[in-house]
Design a protein around this ligand. Structure first.
Ligand SMILES: O=C(O)CCC(=O)C(=O)O
Ligand SMILES: [Fe+2]
Length: 214
């Protein structure tokens, strides 16, 4: 589940039974997207006042192709239930022809994300909310079935710190006016917490919130 990039791609290709050429293309794609997510994460950290360059070193990633076999019977239903991504940052390459992705805005309204050929969509997950001490929003989203066809998306997830390392707020973002909002925990702990509680839309963050002292 939480692999370093080469292992992630290797496992993925084995599951796909990819040819050597397909493997090569997937490896190149995954590497480029992984570099992009590292670059974006670094810029986010910089914008939050951190000067450290090693913050995201070795963070595991996950690579997934989602294939939806939409049929006349599934039109109007939900392809992927409302959720937030559990990790830090996701780069999504959506189907260029088939829509369906919807993201929730601050008022709780779903906003349709139309396919936009040649673009990538970046969203932030629960780890980003903890890491930024509540400043960055873990966006809720879902996929609706709009037409009876195959829909494909490629998601590259930058998850969180490896193994037992702590998911916790960036030191620069914690002070007396901005007390730490969440306890520190490992990404694996949080992933299992989401799974066992079936809280997939960011609600599990409430379970790791620092309790106010009375
Ligand atoms: O297929 C999509 O457009 C979104 C998929 C997604 O949200 C996910 O894989 O986490
Ligand atoms: Fe997602």
């Amino acid at each position: 589940m939480t692999w370093a990039l080469p292992t992630a791609v290797h496992t993925f290709c084995s599951q796909l039974d990819a040819s050597p050429r397909q493997r090569e293309v997937i490896e190149m794609y995954a590497k480029a997207v992984h570099e992009l997510s590292m670059d974006l994460a670094g810029k986010l950290a910089q914008s939050m006042g951190s000067i450290r360059t090693d913050l995201f070193e070795g963070w595991p990633c996950q690579f997934r192709i989602n294939k939806y076999n939409f049929t006349p019977e599934t039109v109007g239903s939900t392809g992927v239930q409302i959720h937030t991504d559990s990790g830090f940052l996701t780069i999504l390459q959506d189907d260029e022809n088939v829509g369906g992705l919807e993201v929730m805005d601050k008022s709780g309204t779903f906003v349709v994300v139309d396919p936009e050929p040649g673009t990538l969509l970046v969203n932030l997950g629960d780890v980003a909310t903890v890491w930024s001490n509540g400043r960055l929003c873990n966006v809720k989203h879902r996929v609706q079935c709009k037409e009876a066809t195959i829909r494909v998306s490629i998601a590259s997830f930058m998850l969180g710190p490896r193994a037992e390392a702590a998911v916790e707020a960036l030191a620069e973002l914690v002070d007396s006016e901005h007390p730490r909002l969440y306890t520190s925990f490992s990404y694996e702990y949080y992933r299992k917490l989401r799974q066992s509680t079936k809280l997939h839309a960011g609600e599990a963050l409430e379970l790791v919130r620092v309790q106010p002292s009375h």
